[in-house]
Design a protein around this ligand. Structure first.
Ligand code: FEC
Length: 305
């Protein structure tokens, strides 16, 4: 019997600074960025850890760790993981084609982000589904796992560890959960994304015994249309006006160290916080954390059953 394929999908990142233009063009659905937009994005990549692309290595490590976890859970050979990226090679379609070439007949698709939105996870799953149909692969789809107990437990530990980083400032500190903004029209579409993010945040706060917390958006695009707000930079200003002196950011819509965390939070938000007299720290990202891998593996096995 052939293995059950596991299509592990993630956002993708360029593999070099020369690759940023093609990557950005893909994100913009084939429309190349202007020179100004390209320079802006390139400079953000250059600003984080010297122009390397941590998301690529982190996704590789996550997929390897998930394979090991599935082997331990279900026995070697039962599941075989394939990587499929949204905006870089190996693309989602490449991952499905690799499964087909290996003779995989049944597979599960899962995305390395816990909450569902038709505009994010929905897009990954649609591409996976269409390619699987082309190859005659039966595909089970995981839409979300945002309340999985092991995910919440892993994040609870990170919030507790993050509060320690605030040292003497932790008394009276506020935990600021965050996620990537999306165009505000998703609200009219009754999209579950905002509610699922609040559910994840609430569950972590309860588990960690945190009373003072809020949710905010980050990393909104510049498209001329309204995006979900408030943005973290505005939230920091409101908090400063209310007298908050210490903030722990917990980006619960992301699972890896990458540009939106290392630039938007660690450089941009931290700078704004410092200007406002706020001590800002961030929780460690999950990356290939054991409990996160267990949450993924358990979700995958249940999707197959
Ligand atoms: O480290 C890296 O190289 C990649 C970091 C990265 C992650 C990520 C995750 C999400 N995005 C989501 C939504 C959008 C929408 C647009 C959009 C645009 C960008 C651009 C870059 C970028 N995103 Fe991203 N996102 C990452 C990086 N994202 C770079 C382009 C320049 C910019 O706007 O800064 C707007 C697209 C459009 O114009 O139509 C919408 C969502 C997530 C979280 C879920 C997931 O991981 O898939 C939602 C990581």
């Amino acid at each position: 019997m052939s293995a059950v394929g596991v299509l592990v999908m993630s956002y993708g990142t360029p593999d070099s600074l020369e690759g940023v233009e093609a990557y950005y063009t893909h994100i913009r659905r084939g429309h190349p960025p202007t020179r100004e937009q390209l320079e802006d994005l390139t400079s953000r990549y250059e600003a984080i850890v010297g122009g390397v692309f941590p998301l690529r290595e982190n996704t590789n490590r996550q997929v390897e760790a998930l394979q090991r976890t599935l082997d331990e859970l279900a026995g070697e050979g039962r599941y075989r993981c394939y990587q499929g990226l949204k905006h870089a090679a190996p693309f989602i379609e490449d991952g499905v084609a690799a499964m087909a070439a290996d003779g995989v007949k049944a597979a599960v698709a899962i995305v390395l982000t816990p909450q569902f939105s038709a505009m994010s996870v929905g897009g990954y799953l649609k591409r996976a589904r269409e390619e699987a149909e082309r190859h005659g692969i039966l595909l089970a789809e995981v839409e979300s796992y945002h309340l999985h107990p092991e995910l919440i437990s892993a994040l609870e530990k990170r919030v507790k560890g993050g509060l320690e980083k605030l040292g003497a400032d932790r008394d009276g500190a506020l935990v600021l959960f965050s996620a990537h903004s999306l165009p505000a029209r998703i609200v009219e579409m009754n999209d579950p994304y905002p509610e699922q993010l609040l559910e994840t945040s609430r569950a972590i706060a309860e588990a960690a015994g945190v009373d003072r917390w809020q949710f905010t958006w980050q990393s909104a695009g510049q498209t001329g249309q309204p995006w979900l707000g408030p943005d973290i930079l505005d939230t920091l200003e409101s908090l400063s006006r209310e007298g908050t002196k210490a903030v722990l950011v917990a980006p619960v819509g992301f699972v890896s160290d990458h540009l939106e965390v290392l630039y938007d939070l660690d450089l941009e938000a931290k700078k704004r916080a410092a200007e406002l007299g706020i001590h800002l720290e961030r929780i460690d990202m999950l990356n290939d954390d054991g409990e996160y891998m267990n949450a993924l593996a358990d979700t995958i096995v249940k999707a197959v059953d």
